[in-house]
Design a protein around this ligand. Structure first.
Ligand code: EPZ
Length: 418
C-alpha cells in the first residue's frame, strides 16, 4: 500500500488547476445507461472511483474507453441487469445504476452498498422514492430487487435532503410515464450538472439546483457529449493548502460560486481572497482567527470540506467549534490530528478545536476515509518535522495526483510504499 511522506516548512505559492468533479462524473457515467450509443465526457478526472464505475458499466455490457481526460462510453442493452456486490462494496455510488436500469429496462438487481467509515449510509429514501414511482422493491440476501413495467410519474417528497437519492430518482423519472415532481431535492452543483446532461440527452427537466425539480417523462433519450464541472471539494482542499502554510495560491479551472460557504469562512478567519468566474486566489497571511463551522446541504458549508477545514482550525488562533450535521461518524480524522498534537475535544457531532499557530508536530498517521486523508495531508504540510500518512489509497479514490499538485506549489510530499 502507498503512503505519503510529508516534510513541513515550505510556504505554498503559485497556481494549480482543479480537475473534474468526482461527485459529478460518477452519476453522469450511470446516466449513460439511459440511452444506447456512444456518450462522450470531457474533463474526467483520473480517479480510482471512475475506474470502479467503468468496471461496473463494463459488467453491464458497456464499452468504456479513456483518452486522457476524455471518457467514451458505448452503451447497449445489458445481458444482465445486476450490479454485483464486488463492485458496489468498492464504490457506494454504484447504487446510482438502479434508477437508469429500472426506468429503461423495467428491472434491476443492485447490491446494498453497506456502510462506510463515515456512517451507515442507508438508501431507504432512494427505495421509498422508487416505490412512490410504482416500482416493486424487495431486499433479500444483501441485494435490492426492483421491478416496474413502467415507472409512473408522481410527487416524490424526500424526508431529508439526499444527493444520491435526488440523482437516482431524477434518472428514474426522465423515462417514466407523465410528470414527476421531486420535493426537498438536493441543490448541489453536481445535481445541476447531471440535469444539464440529461437535458442534452432529450430529457425534460426544470428546477435542478432548487428544492423542487419537475420532470416530464419522455419515451427515449439519445447519447450526448458533456464537459464535467470542476471539483469544488478538490478546489477547496487546494485553497486550504495555501491558507494553512500562509502562502499565496491561485486555484484555476474551478467555479468559486460552488464553494462560497468555504470562502466566506476563510474571509471570516481573516484571509483575503479574490475570484474570477474560473479561478480564486488566497493571499498570504501568517496569523488567522479560529471560526465556527456547521456543515449543511448546498449552499451551506460542504461536509466534504469539514475535515480539511478542521486541520486549518487546529493552527488558527483561538477556539473553533465544528458541527457535523450530515453524517453521524465523520470525525475519524480527529484522533489522527490529535496524534499530530492538535488540541481537539470530539463530542458526538460537535468537535471543539483549541487552535494555536505552530502547534502541530509531525508523526505517522493513518487515513481512514477519503476526506480524512486530505485533512491529514494538509496538517502534514505544517506539522513540524516529518508526517507519514498511511493507507493513501483512500485519497486516490477522489484526488488526481494530489502530491504532484501540492509539489508544484512547493510542498515536500513524496509517495512511497508502506
Ligand atoms: C454524496 O453522498 C457524496 N457522494 C458525498 O461525498 C457527500 O458527502 C454527500 O453526498 C453529502 O453532500 C457522491 O456524490 C458520490 P446523501 P450521498 O444521500 O449521496 C442520509 C465524498 O467524500 N441518507 O446526501 O451518499 C445519509 O446517511 C463523498 O466525496 C439517508 O438516511 O449522501 C446522510 O446522513 C462522501 N437515507 C445524509 O442522508 C438515504 O436514502 C446525506 O446523504 C440517503 C441518505
Amino acid at each position: 500500500m502507498d503512503k505519503f511522506v510529508i516534510k513541513s516548512g515550505p510556504v505554498l505559492n503559485g497556481e494549480v488547476a482543479a480537475s473534474g468533479a468526482k461527485n459529478s462524473v460518477l452519476p453522469l457515467m450511470f446516466a449513460a445507461l439511459l440511452a444506447d450509443g456512444e456518450h462522450i465526457f470531457h474533463n474526467v478526472p483520473k480517479l480510482q472511483d471512475v475506474d470502479s464505475a467503468a468496471q461496473l458499466l463494463e459488467s453491464l455490457s458497456c464499452e468504456v474507453k479513456r483518452d486522457g481526460h476524455t471518457l467514451r462510453i458505448k452503451v447497449q442493452k445489458p445481458k444482465s441487469f445486476e450490479a454485483h456486490y464486488d463492485f458496489v462494496r468498492k464504490m457506494r455510488a454504484s447504487i446510482l445504476c438502479l434508477g437508469p436500469l429500472l426506468t429503461k429496462y423495467g428491472h434491476a438487481v443492485v447490491s446494498l452498498p453497506g456502510g462506510c467509515a463515515i456512517g451507515t449510509r442507508p438508501i431507504d429514501q432512494h427505495l421509498d422514492g422508487f416505490k412512490t414511482l410504482g416500482a416493486e422493491i424487495t431486499v433479500e440476501s444483501g441485494y435490492v430487487k426492483a421491478e416496474a413495467k413502467k415507472l409512473k410519474g408522481t410527487n416524490v417528497v424526500f424526508d431529508g435532503v439526499t444527493v444520491g437519492g435526488t440523482e437516482n430518482i431524477l434518472m428514474g423519472a426522465v423515462l417514466a410515464d407523465g410528470k414527476t415532481t421531486i420535493e426537498n431535492a438536493a441543490k448541489e452543483p453536481e445535481i445541476v450538472d447531471l440535469a444539464e446532461y440529461l437535458i442534452k440527452m432529450g430529457a425534460k427537466i426544470k428546477g435542478a439546483g432548487t428544492s423542487v425539480i419537475e420532470v416530464i417523462g419522455v419515451s427515449t433519450l439519445k447519447p450526448a457529449e458533456h464537459t464535467v464541472i470542476p471539483d469544488r471539494i478538490e478546489a477547496g482542499t487546494l485553497l486550504i493548502a495555501g491558507a494553512i502554510t500562509g502562502g499565496h495560491v491561485t486555484v484555476n479551472e474551478c467555479n468559486p460560486k460552488h464553494f462560497e460557504a468555504l470562502t466566506h469562512k476563510l474571509r471570516e478567519s481573516g484571509f483575503d481572497l479574490s475570484a474570477t468566474d474560473t479561478s480564486i486566489t488566497i493571499k498570504a497571511r501568517k496569523e488567522f482567527q479560529a471560526v465556527d463551522v456547521t456543515t449543511a446541504p448546498f449552499p451551506g458549508f460542504a461536509t466534504d470540506l469539514q475535515a480539511q477545514f478542521m486541520a486549518l482550525m487546529s493552527v488558527a488562533s483561538g477556539t473553533s467549534v465544528v458541527t457535523e450535521t450530515i453524517f453521524e461518524n465523520r470525525f475519524m480524522h480527529v484522533q489522527e490530528l490529535v496524534r499530530l498534537n492538535a488540541d481537539i475535544v470530539p463530542k458526538t457531532r460537535v468537535a471543539i478545536i483549541r487552535g494555536a499557530p505552530g502547534q502541530l508536530l509531525g508523526a505517522p498517521v493513518m487515513a481512514t476515509d477519503l476526506r480524512a486523508s486530505a485533512c491529514l495531508v494538509l496538517a502534514g504540510l505544517v506539522a513540524k518535522g516529518e508526517t507519514t500518512v498511511n493507507r493513501i489509497y483512500h485519497l486516490d479514490r477522489g484526488y488526481e495526483n494530489l502530491e504532484v499538485k501540492l509539489s508544484s506549489l512547493g510542498a515536500k510530499v513524496l509517495r512511497a510504499k508502506e
